[in-house]
Design a protein around this ligand. Structure first.
Ligand code: ADP
Length: 210
């Protein structure tokens, strides 16, 4: 991720390029009384971070982008596949009781329900299971496909989707998680899971410059 806080030398380079760009690496080095080799890592960081752009045989020039603009651009580049977790799936014929046990054992808040061929057919949240449990004595015989949220009402995403768009949909739909799916001729196969925790991790990583 891009470092927004620059060191003193990087700030000096930025100032030189702002005032004199396009300017070659040699000329920047001359102005700072340093060698081109010493400057190379700083120039690489400034270019990768998007503060500077480099054109072959022309030199470096200032892009004019602010730290906030660069942070936003960077945020939009984070994809689902960079942060997705392993999905926990259950078959549609398992009982509500078994689904509750799976949720505890696997330590997740959302289960994805698949049919006999492994295709996504539903979603089970903590509250779905709690609701089914209240006053119900038949949890070992009640199959999850009676109580789950079912297709086609499942919000899902794909591994190349921008994470920020998934975050937006989680908020809009007031849900905690989405299956990451791969489209096949039979339907959608579940290949991952994105939850509010994954989004929080991405948010912290961005701030920590990971
Ligand atoms: P909880 O109900 O434990 O607070 P959620 O907010 O994720 O958890 O779930 C709210 C409701 O939305 C539940 O009925 C659940 O089945 C459903 N749901 C959860 N995830 C999805 C999803 N990706 N697509 C559609 N519905 C979902």
């Amino acid at each position: 991720m891009r470092k927004i806080e620059l060191n003193k030398r990087q700030e000096q380079i930025l100032q030189i390029v702002k005032e004199n760009g396009p300017i070659t690496g040699e000329h920047i080095a001359d102005r700072l009384n340093l060698t081109r080799a010493t400057l190379r890592p700083d120039l690489a960081i400034l270019t990768m971070a998007g503060f500077l752009d480099a054109r072959p045989r022309v030199g470096y020039f200032y892009t004019g982008k602010t730290g906030t603009q660069l942070l936003t651009e960077n945020l939009k580049k984070i994809c689902v596949k960079d942060y997705q977790s392993i999905p926990v799936v259950v078959n549609e014929s398992v009982s509500v009781y078994d689904a509750i046990c799976t949720m505890f054992l696997e330590d997740v808040g959302t289960l994805f329900v698949v049919d006999g061929t492994g295709i996504l057919v539903g979603v089970l949240s903590r509250k779905d299971l709690l609701r089914a449990s209240i006053g119900n004595q038949e949890l070992t015989t009640l199959p999850v496909n009676i109580i789950m949220t079912r297709m086609p009402n499942i919000a899902m995403c794909q591994k190349e989707d921008p994470l920020i768009e998934v975050a937006d949909r989680l908020i809009e739909k007031q849900i905690d998680a989405m299956p990451v799916v791969k489209e096949t001729s039979k339907g959608y196969e579940v290949i991952g899971r994105i939850t509010k925790t994954n989004i929080t991790k991405a948010f912290v990583a961005l701030a920590n410059d990971d």
